[in-house]
Structure formats: structure tokens, C-alpha cells
Design a protein around this ligand. Sequence first.
Ligand SMILES: NC(=O)c1ccc[n+]([C@@H]2O[C@H](COP(=O)([O-])OP(=O)(O)OC[C@H]3O[C@@H](n4cnc5c(N)ncnc54)[C@H](O)[C@@H]3O)[C@@H](O)[C@H]2O)c1
Length: 408
Amino acid sequence: MAKRKVGVWLIGAWGGVATTVVVGLTALRKGLTDTTGLVTSLPPFAKLDLIQWDELVVGGHEIRDTSYAAEARILVEKSHVFNEKTLAAIAPQLSKFDGNIRPGTLVNVGAKIESLAGPAALKLRKETAAQAVARLAKDIQDFKTKEKLDRVVVVNVSSTEPPPPDVVRTWKWAEIQKSLAAKAPSPLPASTLYAIAAMQSGSHFVNFTPSIGSDLPGLDEYAHLQNTLHVGRDGKTGETLMKAVLAPMFAARNLKVMSWVGHNIFGNLDGKVLDDPENKANKVKSKDHLLTEILGYKPQTLVSIEYIESMGDWKTAWDHIHFQGFLGTPMVLQFTWQGCDSLLAAPLVIDLIRLTEREARRGSSGVMTHLASFFKSPMGTDEPAFAYQFQQLTQWVDRVANEDDGDE
Ligand SMILES: NC(=O)c1ccc[n+]([C@@H]2O[C@H](COP(=O)([O-])OP(=O)(O)OC[C@H]3O[C@@H](n4cnc5c(N)ncnc54)[C@H](O)[C@@H]3O)[C@@H](O)[C@H]2O)c1
């Protein structure tokens, strides 16, 4: 089988999740770690001929001026993730990937995110939305040409932006084009500009963040026009994964959930950005909606997200579930989830890259609804329960495994 060459273009390329993806991919390539945490390394996926670690090349957009080595060092020193020996062994590959990172856009990112930007991104601060799309698409296209790539999967792992005006959520492709062409500044958020740029360059778009990205009717139209794939939003890695697993249990046992309170504390850069109420609004919404969808009624809920600097990349979620049993008796379930944020997210991002690349080989376009189990707010499906979503994925695996190899 001829080797493939596939590009991974990370938006937020030097952030915690992106850095962990790159460290993880490079460590896997060198055989320095095993595949624990990767869904696509479970036995049923072996039939799919998924892309291998040494067939992936990394590039991306970023607004801060830093490097993979510097960001990995922060994760080691502040949060005690990775081991020193692994980092030393992969350092040359990390600096090679640094060479593929280009300045991101600050169009409609809000004041909090703008305050993170370094000189390279700030220089481009005055660009319009249309200019940003053209520049970002060219960067992706140049990466594809320079690295002689078969295809590129663009993954948004950048900071959570404030929500755009509601009207944008309904826009068709014609309205998006009109807004980009207008003299007045377009309200399209940066995550959507990245999605358009990805599709314009013929690449596929995965949105791991709660930002809107490609979750508008017009972007699905454009995906079909460009024969590209897209999916999102907001990776389901910890507390919300627990909600999606536990809430169906209460529903199936006819136990009435009266209230569900979840307090989250963590101290990484993502937490710092989410400390701003505008940016937090997107995340809280994404973590909160699925209980009503699963239970069929709305219990009282509270989601808090607090930035506690000393916690670094370690997140603690404490959930208190107050429910009513037989004869009206109140009972309580409490759980505490303590996870390392980037280490939970990175393998899922790698899974999404491999699964998107495999679906692209089948030549399909539009939303990949079979990937719902990876997201808090999955696009293109109303089914919020994890077990059902995972079944959709395994059914897709069976379907694809029974087809001819879709390689071109
Ligand atoms: N870690 C998890 O478990 C998890 C789960 C679900 C979703 N997410 C989401 O994934 C995203 C990344 O998380 P993280 O912990 O890596 O955050 P992070 O703050 O460490 O990284 C985000 C990176 O994006 C960069 N950035 C911001 N705006 C940008 C722009 N317009 N263009 C290019 N780059 C930009 C920042 O400079 C930063 O390097 C966040 O939106 C987070 O909410 C994370």
C-alpha cells in the first residue's frame, strides 16, 4: 500500500490541546507511547485502514508568538504532564512543525482573546473578514502544495470566542457571501472565517470548541458545494461525557432528576479565557443543554466554571445530582471528576483527524453525524445519549469496513 500524506492544520496551533496533539502524534510515531485513550485504536477500527502516525504532517494558525517546545515545557512545569525523556526525544520534530505555523486572524474574536495576541497577529489586526478568509485559505493551500499532501483536515482548537449576533446562526451561503462582500464590517466570528477558509481550500473542518465555526446552514451548503466534510462542536471529554452517560440511566429507571449542579475549576489558558463572561456564555450553554434533551424535562441546573490558576491543566468537576425515588424520597448522587484537560482532549482530536480523513476517502461531503459521540453539542443530530451516539459510530465502522478500500 502506497504511503499517504495528510495535513493536520490546527487553529490555535500552540495552545494546550494542540501542543498535546503534536507531542502525542510525534511520540506515537517514535513508539514512545501506547495508544491508551484513542478510540480509533479499539479493535473494530483496525478494519478501516486508518491513516498512520508517520503519514501526518502538522501546520496551523496561531495568534501568540511561542513554540511547541515552550508550550510543552509550560505543561511539564505547571501541570506535570509528559515526561522529560519523551520531550527530549521529539524536540527536533516539534521545531520542524513550528515552521508550518502562520499568524491567525483577530477578526471578531473579542477583547479577551485579542489581549493574548503577539506582534505577528497584531500586524494583521485591521484586515477585513473577506481579506482574512482569502489569507487563511491561501496559507492552507500553500501548506498542501509545499508538503505535497493528499488532503488536509483543519481542526479548530483555538480559544472559545464570544457568541456572534443570533441572526448569523440562520444565515444561508448567499447571506454569508453578501456579508463578506459588504462595505460594513461582517459580524461573522473568526471560527466561521476559518471554516470558510478550510472549505475554500478544499479541506475538511472539525470544530473541537464551543465557538460557532461551521454550525450555520450556509456553511453546510458550502461544504457540499466544495465536496468537503465538517463536524463539531465542543469536544466531550469529562464532566459532560459523564452527564451524557448518567442522565439516560436516570431516565431509564424513571428516577426524577430535580436538580443537577456542576462546579468546574481549572487553571490553564482556556480557563483564563473562559473567565471572561462573554466567552464563558458559549461554554456554559454547551455544557448545560443536554440534560433537558435526554430527560425530556428541565431540572434546575447550574454550571459554574471558575479559573483557579494553581490547578494548571488539571480540572476538577464536582457534580451534585438531587433526584426523587419511589414514594417521593429524595436521594443524591455526587461524583468528582479529576482529569488532565489536554490529555483527555488530545487523543479525541487525533481520532477525529483519522476518522475525517477516512470519510474523505469515501468522497462524501457535509456533516459527519456519525461522530456525535465526540461532541457536547453535536451537529446534525438530536440524539444526546452517549451509548446511542457510540452505536452510530460502530455502525459506520461496519459499513465502511464492508466497502472496497476507498483510497484514490
Ligand atoms: N481540553 C479539553 O478537555 C477541551 C474539551 C472541549 C473543548 N475544548 C476547547 O478546545 C479549545 C482549546 O483548548 P486549550 O485548552 O488548548 O486552550 P488554550 O487556551 O491552551 O489554547 C487555545 C489557543 O488558541 C489560540 N488562539 C486564540 N484565538 C485564536 C485565533 N483567532 N486564531 C488562531 N489561534 C487562536 C490561543 O493563542 C491559544 O494558543 C478551547 O476552545 C476549549 O474550550 C477543550
